[in-house]
Ligand binder design. Sequence first.
Ligand code: DX5
Ligand code: ZN
Length: 226
Amino acid sequence: MEITPSILTADFCRLGETLEEASAAGINWFHMDVMDGNWVVNRTITFGPALIRSARQHLGNDAFIDCHLMITNAEETWDQYVDAGVDMVIAHIEAVDDFPALIANLHGAGVQVGCVLNPATPVDGVMDLLPDLDLVLVMSVVPGKGGQSFMPEVEGKARAFRSAIDAQIADGGRVTKIMIDGGVKNHNAALVADWGIDIAVVGSGLINDRYTITENLEAIRTALKT
Ligand code: DX5
Ligand code: ZN
């Protein structure tokens, strides 16, 4: 299972150093949490395309960058993230009216597409889109801030996506990846790997005041081996 950092707990004045430290520790996929002050329940504002563009320039073209859009108007603003240099746009099924059109627009622009669903959202609407999705993101917290407690009750949804995607791949279809986001740390990394998750977002468990990114990542990798 691959680990990707959420940078919400980073010191943004030192973001370049944090990204370099993560790269040096072997991380190649970076997860950018965009909140617009409207869509998430606690009205948080994080950052937008300008910061993502800076991260792209700092990391170079070899890094893989996704943006997790927790915003009301992804259908109107997706191109700003494409222009900022992301490799993948992940939009919420609950926040988009015409998801097939968004997929077509993003694929037409040469960018991968992910669809994310909240803990309370059933899998059905996302399952219908699976053949065209590059990634499904299962939220294991209610989006809004880092450092929340993991919700193990999303296991059934993660496993349902795993089965459906395995069947899709066996039929020669798209190799859709499954990501999980929220509350993942070294104590539950092996659990979500067992559910069939390909990529885990780790925020406060990776970027914190207690240990370095390298030390935190090592603890997660050790937990995954045991
Ligand atoms: C939740 C965000 C996250 C989250 C991850 O609203 O999408 O990516 O901040 O942070 P931790 O790992 O601290 O839950
Ligand atoms: Zn996220």
